[in-house]
Design a protein around this ligand. Sequence first.
Ligand code: PHE
Length: 339
Amino acid sequence: MRERLNALRLAALEQIERAGEPARLEAVRIAYLGKKGELTAILKQMGGLPAEERPAMGQLANELRRELEEALESRAAALNAALAAARLREETIDITLPGREQELGHRHPLSIVLDEVEEIFLGMGFSVVTGPEVEWDYYNFEALNIPAGHPARDTQDTFYITERMLLRTQTSPVQMRTMEQRKPPIRVIAPGRVYRSDAVDATHSPVFHQIEGLVVDEGVTMAELKGCLEHFAKRLYGEDTRTRFRPHHFPFTEPSCEVDISCFRCGGGGCSFCKGEGWVEILGAGMVHPKVLQNGGIDPGQYSGFAFGVGLERIALFRFEIDDMRLLYENDLRFLKQF
Ligand code: PHE
């Protein structure tokens, strides 16, 4: 019995020392000290020994049990310490690494310019309204004095959805919708997307933006239109900016004009940007046609008004001296970050 205990002791201690992880160590413990363990089995056999040997053997076996328990415990402590040390090593944070830079969003030049334009008109007592991009032929053309077959339709190559429904080609239909909904005095601007079946090039896009303006009240004259748009041009392009009102034709305004501003690059002397003209066109405008007022339910005998339509892209291109409209839609960060 003494020899068996000795052999068991050596084998057990060796296995404890060799156990490289807690699970393995636990398996060793069960193999020797568990209910069906080797040492447990020996202890159970004590009863079969001669009575005089029993106390000595019992003591020996109990001492062995305690020794193994202590060995297991200290091995477990060593393993845990090693594991903790390894985890610490792995989880070390290198605080000398440069941080990951978070890219900040950036406002699009069109949004920047639209905000500026809205700000200028809000300052003159206008409010901002919107209308649908999918529009009835009636609002886009018919009510604006452009009946079926009118040549003005040809200049706006149009995306039709049905025979009577289309993607609006201009923001002017919002004039009609506003007149139907509000009573004078009316003072609104209506920014938004418009669509024309144009091929993409440096100055054209099938989707672009306009800002419509509409003022209706008693006694509104062309002088007010002129003052309003002059103020707008000076606020947007600087106090030195001069304006020029050229006669033009729009079916829904009478009289109509196109408005040029003195070239912001050369100041009017003529350069490549204004093609030597000294002037660049920025918008169309005019006094609201009496028939259009009538279509909007407003008595042209009592009220008059003016309207204008500005191309937002044009304004942005001029404002930031960009020479190709496509840059505005490509969303190349290297370009957008410049504004
Ligand atoms: N809607 C016209 C266009 O797209 C611009 C305009 C608006 C002209 C209002 C006069 C009055 O060309």
